[in-house]
Write a new protein. Structure first.
Ligand code: KIV
Ligand code: ZN
Length: 387
């Protein structure tokens, strides 16, 4: 059997962009949409057209610009939202309307103050209305992570009968454990009539740091689309990180699954998103953080210098990073020091290395990171002393 292609639904420009301080202007959105298409995502969720005239215009322009990728617009299960999304997507080559409503008891009784019956009615009405504009309609069951599985199955059965092409199972609050989320997808696969005709999508938030693990559990149990963002940005603690799922699938699940992501663009696109949004990436972020391919302890550095794979499971070139870094700190050893001197064109003898190491370690105890200028200064000191 061939590998199952996992559709990558990027929501950087919608769930990511709604983060405080991350708002993008029209030109920034257009630039990033183009980059996302080059990166190889299957769906670009371009925005929430009813939310503001600016977002409407951005979705409309992205729709005209993007030629090969599905462009999606978000809406609530409200006719005005759906109509605005349809109008904004009018010029898209492959338009998708994403509509939905809360299905957990908390959303039904506390937020929407309605009943389960009314939720099904509104869900079906929204999908039917969206279908009057476009063929491709994705339905989200907001807070599906905390929704009773039997009720969720009933909602989905109804929206599939109404014409939904994709059913999105959001863990909106990042509540689920991977086993639970995987079991939820399995339950839906086994219990929802017609689900074999549609795409099942995972949309996981990271409140407990489990968004990526939950999305992976989702595909291992029958989902074939993952909704994610560059750098994992998104509401509160963020969404599933695109770069993480792309590399997990490539490196650990490649026998079963594949994506169309060009992994060499991951680092450059991550930097562009961070720059455009003014949202720095944490240094220890998997795949795209500054330290993802940096080695600072002597034990690790010695291993990596001898053979990169001792402490790196991914070749940095594969994700668009020039090289692994050997960072000199007070925890570094002689092997790293000699290696870094070699990088600046100085091949130390054993005696020179011993002298340099003494000076280096004294300086490293007071200065966090030793750079090339420090190395040059130490070299000048020891060559004067040796002479
Ligand atoms: O987290 C969520 O439930 C969402 C939906 C609007 C898809 O972002
Ligand atoms: Zn979300």
């Amino acid at each position: 059997m061939g590998k199952q292609e996992i559709q990558i639904f990027d929501t950087t420009l919608r769930d990511g962009e709604q983060v405080p301080g991350c708002k993008l202007d029209r030109d920034q959105k257009l630039r990033l949409a183009e980059r996302l298409e080059q990166l190889g995502v299957n769906v670009i969720e371009a925005g929430f057209p009813i939310s503001s005239p600016g977002d409407f215009a951005a979705v409309a322009e992205i729709s005209s610009l993007i030629q090969h990728t599905t462009v999606c617009g978000l809406s609530r299960a409200v006719e005005a939202d759906i109509k605005a999304a349809a109008e904004a997507l009018a010029t898209a080559k492959y338009p998708r309307i994403h509509t939905g409503i809360g299905t957990s008891d908390s959303h039904i009784y506390d937020k929407l103050q309605t009943t389960r019956e009314k939720i099904i009615e509104r869900a079906v009405g929204a999908v039917r209305y969206a279908k009057s504009f476009v063929e491709d309609v994705e339905f989200y069951a907001e807070d599906a992570g905390r929704t009773d599985n039997a009720f969720l199955a009933t909602v989905l059965e109804n929206v599939i009968a109404a014409g939904a092409t994709v059913v999105n199972i959001p863990d909106t609050t990042g509540y689920c454990l991977p086993e639970e989320y995987g079991a939820k997808i399995k339950y839906l696969v086994e219990n929802v009539k017609g689900i074999d005709r549609v795409t099942i999508s995972c949309h996981c938030h990271n409140d407990l740091g489990l968004a990526t693990a939950n999305s992976i559990a989702g595909i291992q149990n029958g989902a074939t689309q993952i909704e994610c963002t560059i750098n994992g940005i998104g509401e509160r603690a963020g969404n599933t990180s695109l770069e993480e799922v792309a590399m997990i699938i490539k490196h650990r699940l490649g026998d079963l699954f594949k994506t169309s992501i060009n992994s060499r663009m991951l680092n450059p696109v991550s930097r562009e998103v961070a720059h455009e949004m003014g949202m720095a990436v944490q240094a220890n972020k998997a795949i795209v953080g500054d330290n993802a391919f940096a080695h600072s302890s002597g034990i690790h550095q010695d291993g990596v210098i001898k053979c990169r794979a001792t402490y790196e499971i991914i070749d940095p070139h594969e994700v668009g990073v020039d090289k692994s870094l050997i960072v000199l700190t007070a925890r570094s050893g002689r092997a790293a020091l000699a290696y870094r001197y070699k990088e600046i064109g100085i091949n130390l003898t054993k005696r020179e290395l011993d002298s340099a190491y003494k000076e280096f370690i004294a300086l490293a105890d007071v200065k966090k990171i030793i750079d090339d200028t420090d190395l040059q200064m130490i070299w000048n000191n020891i060559t004067v002393a040796v002479a």
